[in-house]
Design a protein around this ligand. Structure first.
Ligand SMILES: *Cc1c(COP(=O)(O)O)cnc(C)c1O
Length: 379
């Protein structure tokens, strides 16, 4: 049985009429950029993220970029982040002429290790970007404490984590800026690119809103230089429909994660990270007891990951590596002068992790098929 990594057509089948009606309404209105639909969607996401403000932007990448721009990050500044994330996390720092400074991850959660941060803070440090990777919140309390002590802005890269919680608090509401992505493969995915910045700080929200339309306030009078970071009404209309289904979909993902744990356990192939050597088992993702994990990805670790990928190809089981090269070993960051061995936890994660299908519409049979294939390989 073929099992795709993600099946957006299965999701669309259940909401087609609602989506088509929402798109038709925008077409009838001929109001395409920002406007009342975007405003309505911003308010809904602000409530969902437990934040005072939400500003719709053109993508998750632009959410990160505009947050750093609003914070005034530029040449000579440093921004601390993880070496193990989607490229945009670090790319947006360099695009502003600032220097990305990396701190290694915790090997179990794959999120930045707060204990590694303080050693790399300098007088040039302006901000910390904490990524909530795979849908689980980073350990935010110690990060917020360090930020407060050194007067740093905290940007949450919550592109994979809308609705995730840390000690009962929603991601995006913890730092100064919460960056969301509505790329189609995210848990709340649009019909194209889109993103949002959620915030509680009134001044930052006001500046960011102006930054979104070239920095003009009033229109055509510029005291700051912004850009075109606008969200469009068709995305907002589609996403408003999908937001109503999000919690149900998240529960589906969580249920699938539970089923994976049960079936991998029954197949007797689960090992702890420190015992993982040779083809002896799979390490399952850690779920913190004080977190609401929304499972954008379900990521296992195996020793011979690339061989497992070849094996799964024969079974037609979708999978992906997020991400094969940590930032400090990317060619474009060679001038940062990091070397192999600098961030061992990120480097082994990049060698060993594999994302398996976790989308809500998966059937029990499909999950059993995936477990059967992985178990056959690792046993
Ligand atoms: C998807 C993603 C982004 C970028 O979002 P886009 O909407 O694709 O620009 C940034 N950071 C992380 C961790 C992501 O997963």
């Amino acid at each position: 049985m073929a099992v795709p990594l993600l099946d957006l057509k299965a999701q669309f089948a259940g909401i087609k009429e609602e989506i088509m009606a929402a798109v038709a309404e925008v077409m009838e209105s001929q109001y395409f950029i920002l406007g009342p639909k975007v405003r309505e969607f911003e308010e809904a996401v602000a409530v969902y993220s437990n934040c005072k403000h939400a500003v719709g932007v053109s993508s998750g990448t632009d959410a990160l970029l505009i947050s750093l721009m609003t914070e005034g990050v530029g040449h000579g500044d440093e921004v601390i982040t993880t070496p193990y994330s989607f490229f945009a996390t670090a790319g947006c720092i360099s695009r502003l002429g600032a220097r990305p400074v990396f701190a290694d991850i915790d090997p179990l959660s794959f999120n930045i290790d707060p204990k590694k941060i303080e050693a790399v803070v300098t007088e040039r440090t302006k901000a910390i970007i904490a990524v909530h990777l795979y849908g689980q919140a980073a350990d935010m309390d110690p990060i917020l404490e360090i930020a407060e002590k050194h007067k740093l802005a905290v940007v949450e890269d919550a592109a994979q984590a809308i609705g995730a919680e840390y000690k009962g608090r929603r991601v995006g509401s913890l730092g100064h800026y919460g960056c969301l992505s509505f790329f189609p493969s995210k848990n709340l995915g649009g019909a194209g690119d889109g993103g949002m910045v959620v915030m509680n700080d009134d001044d930052r929200a006001e500046r960011l809103r102006v930054m979104r339309t070239h920095g003009g306030k009033p229109k055509y009078y510029h005291s700051i230089i912004g850009g075109n970071f606008r969200l469009d009404a068709i995305q907002a209309a589609v996403l408003l429909v999908k937001l109503r289904h999000l919690d149900k979909w998240t529960e589906g993902r969580q249920k699938n994660a539970g089923l994976y744990r049960q079936l991998f356990g029954e197949a007797d192939v689960v090992v702890d990270l420190q015992d993982m050597n040779g083809v002896k088992g799979a390490v399952l993702p850690e779920e913190g007891s004080d977190r609401r994990h929304i499972y954008n990805q379900f990521v296992i670790r195996v020793d011979k990951r690339d061989e497992l990928r070849e094996f799964l190809k024969e079974w037609s089981i979708g999978n992906e590596v997020y991400y094969p090269v940590p930032f400090h070993l990317q060619k474009c960051f060679a001038d940062l002068k990091y070397r192999e061995g600098d961030f061992p936890a990120s480097e082994s994660a990049a060698r060993e992790t594999l994302a398996l299908p976790i989308y809500p519409e998966l059937t029990e049979e499909m999950i059993a098929e995936v477990v059967g294939a992985v178990a056959e390989f690792v046993q």
